[in-house]
Write a protein that binds this ligand. Sequence first.
Ligand SMILES: O=C(O)C(=O)C[C@]1(C(=O)O)C=C[C@@H](O)C=C1
Length: 324
Amino acid sequence: MAKKAPSKTESPTPEMGARERLDLLDRQIADALAQRQALVAQLAGGVRRVAYLGPEDSFSHLTALERFGEAADLVPVATIHAVFEEVAGGSCELGVVPLENSTHGRVTDTLEAFAGTAVAICGEAPMRIHHCLLGQGPRSAIGRVVSKPQALAQCSHWLAEHLPGVETVPYGSTSDAARLASEDPSVAAIASKQAGHRHGLEVLAPNIEDQKDNVTRFAVIGPKAAAPTGDDKTALMFELAHEPGALADGMAVFKKEQLNLTWIESFPIPGSRTADLSGGRYLFFVELVGHQDDAGVGRAVASLGEKCLQLRVLGSYARGKVLG
Ligand SMILES: O=C(O)C(=O)C[C@]1(C(=O)O)C=C[C@@H](O)C=C1
């Protein structure tokens, strides 16, 4: 039966029976929840669903929580490619993906996914990363250390010093590795302390990252670039002809417009590399200070476009402050 909406002044009266009071309370609770949902959606600028590499308590999840709080539905998926698919297919408005790490460098899965999917970068979220060695204990029972390759690499010196000779096994995400460790006492995982807590694991060693200032920069991906804020960055992806001076000529457009580059990476176009590593086609990924709507950035992009085999502006976004 549909419940009538509470009038603004409706409040319990001494004549009301327990049933009537309960109905009134139910209506008031439902009304308050609807108002809360509307406010949450308003705070999020209309954002409802944000995809991330799960399961819960992965660093992608912790970053999405820091960035969006409860203003969005956070949707865990199994791979970074799946985050892109959720956004490109429209089932999530936004996604959070790791882009680069201060210790270990770029996250190749993410750069490759940009090459194959038409989504934009509309935000960045640098996040401080503290890794824990998690297990059922004791350390002497550890037969394998399992984690995402990026996490294993960020702790490689610690592992060599404290668990020499123990096999390391790459896994889909740090939090999935924690789940595995909760099912197998011979497995230790490298993951967040939150993941350890969720799976009832012991922290066998905290803060095992090789560099104490370990930061992973995440990109927020969505259907379009963000509006200018006055302190923005722009990301481009392009392919140059394989000939002498092509990269130098390309870079000259940024010099001409006095644009400061903050990141440059090159990586093989998936599937283009020959087995003997000769030939192959490369994509460049460049980030610079400025917004794509700025006149200087616009001129640089137009002029670079004339020198490129392909060029895509991946998006512009506000420069992010370190979270966590
Ligand atoms: O596996 C996770 O927890 C992730 O969110 C992925 C990821 C990454 O691939 O860089 C994110 C941050 C840390 O650098 C380690 C792992």
